[in-house]
Design a protein around this ligand. Structure first.
Ligand SMILES: [Zn+2]
Length: 73
């Protein structure tokens, strides 16, 4: 990529975004918290930021949340 593309990407990435690997590592914990209506802790802010920014991870989260919600109506 060119330098300007790298800059574009940098500018559009949330500085708190933890990235795919870290989001996937805690996705089930985060989904349980959200499903339980618990306040998500500040340390998960970067995960939430990533789920908003990353389509595939956001979809995974939606599916997981739906599965948890269905298990525990
Ligand atoms: Zn991702």
């Amino acid at each position: 990529m060119t330098g300007s593309e790298a800059l574009e990407r940098f500018l559009h990435t949330d500085p708190g975004d933890v990235g795919c690997d870290e989001a996937m590592a805690v996705l089930h914990i985060f989904a349980e918290l959200v499903a339980a209506g618990a306040d998500t802790k500040p340390e998960y802010r970067g995960v939430a930021a990533h789920l908003r920014a990353c389509g595939p991870c956001g979809d995974d989260f939606d599916g997981l949340l739906a599965a948890i919600t269905n298990e525990h109506p």
